[in-house]
Design a protein around this ligand. Structure first.
Ligand SMILES: Nc1nc2c(ncn2[C@@H]2O[C@H](COP(=O)(O)OP(=O)(O)OP(=O)(O)O)[C@@H](O)[C@H]2O)c(=O)[nH]1
Ligand SMILES: [Zn+2]
Length: 186
């Protein structure tokens, strides 16, 4: 669990530093709210997202499985501003080791709820599937809008960043990779 007292003190200091009065009515509970919010949005730091893949079914399916359009909310580690969009996760099981579909979304969530870089987030999801499921291949695509590029700085609302991580068979076999990308786009 995050150190909520420390966050409360820090938020109070930020309010003072920007010239606000932390004692005015609308702000008195703000440090506490922000501490609770950080506990929620950084909860991924206190779990091992790979552990969601521990529960495995035995199912002789050695074809592609894709869960696409998984909503994603994360925090850019450079500015602590949100980036949000969708994750698409594909894998090809090996030796009948198949996981529950929701577990793939839980892995996405566990890595997203940390201060993140989109590239790292994308790789961590793919690597955890390769490691834990010993899959033949994994392919992850993340498309997201970064508030640090829209709300401030270069101010380019609507711009999307797309990252992919391609592992195993998807990397070796061009046709399999193309099939996955086509299904994700469709
Ligand atoms: N590669 C990558 N860059 C990111 C991500 N999130 C934010 N950034 C970038 O991190 C960079 C940080 O650049 P800096 O020059 O250190 O910070 P800055 O002065 O606030 O930069 P500007 O955003 O250009 O105003 C910016 O270019 C951001 O767009 C991400 O997930 N991946
Ligand atoms: Zn940023």
């Amino acid at each position: 669990m995050v150190d909520q007292d420390k966050i409360k003190k820090a938020v109070r200091m930020i309010l003072e530093a920007i010239g606000e009065d932390p004692e005015r009515e609308g702000l008195t509970e703000t440090p506490d709210r922000v501490a609770r919010m950080y506990n929620e949005i950084f909860s991924g730091l206190w779990e091992d997202p790979e552990s969601h893949l521990e529960k495995i079914f035995s199912e002789q399916h050695e074809e592609m499985i894709i869960v696409k359009d998984i909503p994603l909310y994360s925090m850019c580690e450079h500015h602590l501003l949100p980036f949000y969009g969708k994750a698409h996760v594909a894998y090809i099981p090996k030796d009948g080791k198949v996981t529950g579909l929701s577990k793939l979304a839980r892995v996405v969530e566990g890595y997203a709820k940390r201060p993140q870089l989109q590239e790292r987030l994308t790789s961590q999801i793919a690597d955890s599937i390769m490691n834990r499921l010993n899959a033949q291949g994994a392919l992850v695509v993340v498309e997201a809008e970064h508030m640090c590029m829209t709300f401030r700085g270069v101010k380019k609302p609507g711009s999307k960043t797309v990252t992919s991580a391609v592992r195993g068979l998807f990397r070796r076999n061009k046709a399999t990779r193309a099939e996955a990308f086509a299904l994700i786009k469709s």
